[in-house]
Write a protein that binds this ligand. Structure first.
Ligand code: KIV
Ligand code: ZN
Length: 392
């Protein structure tokens, strides 16, 4: 039974890079790449790895089975729709996991029930019960998701959640499938569902947010404030359409603003950059330069004012250390906005000792160069200094 009120609550990190992440157009990974990512996620301390959707293809089934055998610490989940053949296939795929989970889902919103499922609410409710019961016949750890949960009519959502718990679901996920909710709304939804559903304390509640309005991370953390204790997310935020909540952002928000988010995760944050690079490489999806936490510019400073501040004290412009996410050091990028302090620091790092006059001259030439050239490499600086020294 899940206790959602223990001291410094542990929030479970459920990574779905290999399932929801892989579902985004163009992000397909080979079996080898999936195994590599799964091993990394396991070592990094992810609690649950959603390895794939076994009924989707033979390749997906094989990947989930291999990951289930490979992973040592994390729970390995396989996704399934509510159909019994899906559930049985997922059960077979996770069979060799040390900690197997079946994650079964069904849409509950009016628009999905009417147009996608073409089922009446009562029929949906029956499917919830029969799918969770079927999954529980295979494994003890069953997650049930109310797809499009945030656009579901509240009383019906509560009835479905109650039925899923009664049928044996140990985790209840209320996804924001289309990235529609807001932080306040999502937090309140968890508070109210947990208040209204009998025996809600028998299940761990989970958030699963998409980023259509750019609020996936904020919504996820709000859901946790409302009592959820599992966060579903992906490395680099990859996923359907605008993506899922980014694991690295959630974990570092909890670590950096633990006053506001007083929880703990089991993630070794120093591995975040490595995981980001591995997923970017496997999916061929580049990470945007200004991406929070893992983007190339996340710990880079170009403006003279910022570089000067950073040289005086790193907390002037950084709220977390680069080392805490596995980046060796802050980079003071030399460009047209850089000032004397950064150039001096860089030249000293490169081993140059210049008199004040020499430095002043090199600085003027450096500024002129930055107007002509976007990227200033060490070789450019060497040429400037050598030119100056040759004049002496
Ligand atoms: O976004 C969603 O609703 C999903 C479910 C399958 C959990 O990915
Ligand atoms: Zn999703």
């Amino acid at each position: 039974m899940a206790d959602q009120n223990t001291a410094k609550d542990r929030v479970l990190i459920f990574d779905t890079t290999l399932r929801d992440g892989e579902q985004c157009p163009g992000a397909t990974m080979t079996l080898g790449e999936k195994l590599e990512v799964a091993e990394l996620l396991d070592t990094m301390g992810v609690d649950i790895i959603e390895a794939g959707f076994p009924i989707a293809s033979i390749g997906d089934f094989e990947a989930v089975s291999k990951i289930a055998s490979l992973v040592k610490n994390a729970t390995v989940a396989g996704l399934s729709r509510a159909a019994h053949k899906d559930i049985d296939r997922a059960a077979e795929a996770v069979r060799h996991a040390a900690r197997p989970r079946i994650h079964t889902f069904l849409s509950t919103s009016p628009v999905h029930m009417k147009f996608k499922l073409q089922l009446e609410p009562e029929a949906v409710l029956e499917h919830v019960i029969s799918s969770v019961t079927r999954a529980r016949n295979h494994v003890d750890d069953v997650e049930w998701s109310a797809e499009d949960g945030t656009r579901t009519e509240f009383d019906f959502l509560c009835r479905c959640v109650e039925a899923a718990i009664k049928a044996g679901a140990t985790t209840i996920n209320i996804p924001d499938t289309v990235g529609y909710t807001t932080p306040e709304e999502y937090r309140d939804l968890f508070v109210k569902v947990r208040e209204n559903v009998p025996n809600s304390d028998k299940a761990v509640f989970s958030v699963h947010c998409h980023n259509d309005l750019g609020m996936a991370v904020a919504n996820s953390l709000a859901g946790v404030a409302g009592g959820a204790r599992q966060i579903e997310c992906t490395i680099n935020g990859i996923g359907e359409r605008a993506g899922n909540a980014a694991l690295e952002e959630i974990v570092m928000a909890i670590r950096t603003r633990n006053d506001a988010f007083p929880y703990e995760t089991g993630i070794v944050t120093e591995m975040l950059t490595k995981a980001s690079k591995a997923v970017a490489h496997a999916t061929s999806f580049p990470v945007q330069y200004n991406k929070a936490i893992v983007g190339r510019n996340a710990f880079a400073h170009e403006s003279g004012i910022h570089q000067d501040g950073m040289l005086k004290h790193t907390q002037t412009y950084e709220i977390m250390t680069p080392e805490s996410v596995g980046v060796s050091k802050t980079s003071l990028v030399l460009g047209k906005h850089s000032g004397r302090a950064a150039l001096k620091n860089k030249l000293e790092e490169m081993g140059y000792e210049l008199s004040d006059n020499q430095f002043q001259d090199v600085f003027v030439r450096f500024k002129a160069l930055t107007d002509r050239k976007k990227t200033i490499y060490d070789e450019d600086l060497e040429a400037l200094v050598d030119e100056k020294l040759a004049e002496a």
